[in-house]
Write a protein that binds this ligand. Structure first.
Ligand code: ADP
Ligand code: MG
Length: 341
């Protein structure tokens, strides 16, 4: 076969395979865009597990009318200008692929208004018709993105969707993770017309512990240890299950690097090692936030950005281990005295 350049639509659909796996991944990309736009309130609405409708509304900066079409095209981003920017990334987005990918596999409507515009504008893009129309609309400052009929034009992908309930569970689980990371944001989730989650902004520690309780369960929130540790340019904060608890909380393991949830074996290893001296073999629960110089970590390892690479991984591992060990030994200092009674 002769070599030919892929038509842009097909190229987008192929790229969509990497970012848009299921409704939860659409929501992840859209909510991260809202966060990057500085939103403080994000309302999520889904119908039929997200397959019928996903609607994300935010009160962020909005997109200027003249950029609406550009935002939908591939490799268009306002977040990275040079390779230098990529070396120290703090925004969630930077690949400029999400909106292009989502619009290539759904009917997408983007409505937006910036603070200096008197009216809002709306762009429509639909599957194979990348032709985007822009029409006036009513909307407060901020953006709403609607993705309707996900995978309507890629039947093979559509068949891979699980039941509405399963897709809802994926969405709900993802929302929990982001709600733990972004205590300052008011998130709501409406499923088939009914509000099922309402995470109000947590401005105080007590309010955050309440959010922790609704996400991780009351038992965890009421007994966990508070972690707060800083060393040079590393900062670790969050919560660790109490070493006195009888069981692990293996489904409560959340680790964030500069606000981004990642799966990292290094951390799992450090937590288990810290725990081993108190309770061997249990898989402890934790919600830990690591902050470090963004130059010290590479986030562009995986298209969905689930993984990161630390430049000094040993150093990071040992810092986490020590932070946890010292928190645990302080918390268990009271134990020997009760034994003596
Ligand atoms: P990326 O997030 O990697 O830049 P996206 O395709 O997700 O790529 O978004 C493209 C661009 O559209 C963003 O860089 C941003 O400028 C704009 N954008 C997308 N969603 C929003 C939003 N909710 N509010 C403001 N701007 C947005
Ligand atoms: Mg994005």
């Amino acid at each position: 076969m002769a070599i030919e350049k892929l038509p842009p639509q097909l190229a987008n659909q192929i790229a969509a395979g990497e970012v848009v796996e299921r409704p939860a991944s659409v929501i992840k990309e859209l909510v991260e865009n809202s966060l990057d736009a500085g939103a403080t309130r994000i309302d999520i609405e889904i119908e039929k597990g997200g397959a019928k409708l996903i609607r994300i509304r935010d009160n962020g900066s909005g997109i200027p009318k003249e950029d609406l079409c550009l935002a939908l095209s591939r490799h268009a981003t306002s977040k990275v200008k040079s390779l230098d920017d990529l070396e120290a990334i703090l925004s969630f987005g930077f690949r400029g692929e999400a909106l292009a990918s989502i619009s290539s596999v759904s009917r997408l409507i983007l409505t937006s208004r910036t603070a200096d515009q008197t009216e809002a504008w709306q762009a429509h893009a639909e599957g194979s018709e990348m032709a985007v129309k822009v029409l006036p609309a009513a909307h407060p400052v901020g953006s709403t993105v609607e993705a309707v009929d996900l995978f309507f034009n890629t039947p093979a992908r559509r068949r891979f969707l699980k039941s509405d309930k399963t897709e809802f569970t994926h969405i709900d689980e993802w929302l929990k993770r982001i709600a733990l990371a972004r205590r300052d944001i008011h998130f709501t989730l409406k499923n088939n017309g009914k509000t099922v989650r309402n995470y109000r902004p947590a401005n105080t520690e007590a309010q955050y512990v309440q959010r922790l309780g609704s996400v991780c369960g009351k038992a965890f929130a009421e007994t966990c240890l508070r972690i707060e540790c800083e060393h040079n340019d590393l900062k670790l904060s969050g919560y660790l299950q109490s070493p006195n608890a009888a069981d692990g909380y293996s489904d409560t393991q959340y680790f964030y690097v500069n606000g981004r949830l990642v799966k990292d074996r290094l951390v799992n290893h450090a937590v288990r090692q810290a725990f081993a001296q108190f309770a061997e073999g249990i898989s402890p629960g934790y919600v830990l936030m690591l902050e470090l110089d963004p130059h010290q970590v590479d986030v562009n390892v995986h298209p969905a950005k689930h993984e990161v690479r630390f430049h000094q991984s040993r150093y990071v591992h040992d810092f986490i281990l020590q932070a946890l060990q010292s928190a645990m030994s302080q918390s268990t200092q009271v134990l020997p005295s009760t034994d003596n009674e």
